[in-house]
Ligand binder design. Sequence first.
Ligand code: 5GP
Ligand code: ZN
Length: 116
Amino acid sequence: MSEKSCLFCRIIAGEIPGDFAHQDERCVVLRDINPQAPMHMLVIPREHLESLDDASQKDEALLGHLLRVGARVANDQGQAEGGYRTVINNGEGAGQSVFHLHVHVLAGRQMNWPPG
Ligand code: 5GP
Ligand code: ZN
């Protein structure tokens, strides 16, 4: 999918509204439109990468940043003590539906294992 038609690129560009919890020079944190837990955030790099599989060695610092921002947001929302889960779905078979890399951060309820 091209960046022009990518949903998350369009939200980041301000063409489609989004409810942001954090923004910095490398990523944004968006409240999921269809939350699967009381807190459900999406940590999204500004740069368009289709998936985790698309990331290369040059993206290692960015991937670390996304995880650290997810942890910070969970802490800022008071969710660290109760536990939170970070998830990256890679590919349709794993449940990826938006092909712009993102980290889900979910919290506020008991999480089950294995995930569905
Ligand atoms: P995936 O299925 O690709 O791992 O995750 C995509 C996520 O994006 C889903 O949890 C879905 O609810 C969320 N999502 C889809 N469209 C929108 C939207 O327009 N706005 C926001 N904030 N989230 C969206
Ligand atoms: Zn994109």
